[in-house]
Design a protein around this ligand. Structure first.
Ligand code: SF4
Ligand code: SF4
Length: 367
């Protein structure tokens, strides 16, 4: 291990309580106990993001009453994280009602938004309804963000929304896509988030589903992804904001392979799709992850809990019936490969994750 890696290991050890705290590591693609239920409440959006995973062809959205029923079912799982997403969830007129209803249960209620519709008044209403946290998307600073999001002025409106949230006392984190298009923007985004005291950024690998299929060439290659992991580690040492690679469970295997973290920590469960993560599309279809459009049933035809407990796709993921290199990999339990990425590339959600340089055979080449 060279001097830089030793320094990193000592930094991670000094911060391990924060890294391994359930709410720090236990989110996104990583295990959140007892689970994370994400409901895409609408397909409508006021932006035109190049990478958007949501299909514009989804038919009728769930009604308010159907949403209430879903929330009640999710609450039976225990203290889950319940996330509203879209499209842009603020375009749904009943969003405050839905948040309020979810907050009346013992759940952590959060929302992913592009931030552009959040004024001071909207932020206050969200807090009053019981929202605990907003995740706001930024893929570049200024014009770079507008280009990616397909609308001039989007960045300015997003920053206004972000400030309105923090002024209203709402915790904010960032979502940032990681692609060849905006890779050079990442240091600036991290610096910006750190400078305004945000506590976490999800750095999201582009999964080529939905509109993202059209820009699949912008996905990082395996070698570029490894470079990205190194970049994240090096950045993390110098900033307070937490950097979390998402759609990239290999990150934790990578830390483990370098001896930087203890792979036996129970929080390291790798890809959580269908295990502790459940996604409901606007029309009520239930899938294991937003980026894994393998429908296991629809809540208009069956109870949400029955679907996630009995459907074959959920059983296969829970049992980690993996194929290819992921089946025999030493990091099978820590990582398991991004099931969405396997699906996007091969059409098989149990196939090996194609964006990996950590599997046993090539490990020596990367040490
Ligand atoms: S499928 Fe990919 S994006 Fe979804 S939870 Fe697993 S690692 Fe994360
Ligand atoms: S081979 Fe699969 S399980 Fe192993 S590190 Fe790569 S993606 Fe993860």
């Amino acid at each position: 291990m060279n001097a830089k890696e030793l320094e990193l290991r000592s930094w991670i050890r000094a911060h391990k309580d924060e890294i391994f705290a359930n709410d720090a590591v236990g989110t996104g693609c990583f295990s959140y106990s007892p689970g994370e239920v994400v409901w895409a409440v609408t397909k409508q959006c006021n932006l035109r993001c190049k990478h958007c995973s949501i299909s514009e062809e989804a038919p009728g959205e769930l009604s308010t009453e159907e949403g209430f029923e879903l929330i009640e079912e999710a609450a039976k799982l225990g203290h889950v994280k319940f996330a509203f997403t879209g499209g842009e969830p603020l375009l749904r007129p009943d969003i405050y009602e839905l948040i309020e209803y979810a907050a009346s249960f013992d759940m952590q209620v959060v929302m992913a938004t592009n931030g552009t519709l959040i004024t001071d008044e909207v932020a206050k209403k969200l807090v009053r309804a019981g929202l605990e946290r907003a995740a706001i998307s930024i893929d570049g600073l200024g014009h770079a963000h507008d280009l990616f999001r397909g609308v001039d002025g989007a960045f300015k409106a997003t920053i206004r929304g972000l400030k309105a949230c923090t002024n209203a006392g709402l915790a904010v984190q960032l979502f940032s896509m990681v692609t060849r298009y905006n890779y050079e923007e990442l240091p600036g985004i991290i610096k910006f988030a750190d400078s305004i005291g945000l506590w976490r950024i999800y750095l999201i690998y582009l999964i080529a589903v939905g509109r993202g299929k059209e820009i699949s060439h912008a996905c990082l290659s395996p070698a570029e992804n490894m470079k990205f992991f190194k970049f994240v580690l090096e950045q993390q040492k110098d900033v307070r904001v937490w950097l979390k690679p998402i759609c990239n469970p290999q990150y934790w295997a990578y830390l483990q392979s370098m001896g930087l973290v203890d792979g036996n920590k129970p929080q390291f469960t790798g890809c959580t799709a269908g295990i502790t993560r459940f996604h409901i599309f606007p029309d009520g279809d239930v899938a294991p992850c937003a980026y894994l459009p393998v429908t296991a049933g629809n809540i208009r035809d069956a109870k949400f809990l029955d679907i996630i407990r009995n459907a074959d796709v959920f059983n296969a993921l829970r049992e980690r019936r993996l194929k290819g290199r992921c089946a025999t990999c030493r990091y099978r339990e820590t990582c398991g490969g991004c099931r969405s990425r396997a699906y996007a590339v091969s059409g098989d959600y149990l196939a090996e994750d194609p964006v990996c340089m950590l599997h046993d055979e090539s490990k020596d080449e990367n040490e």
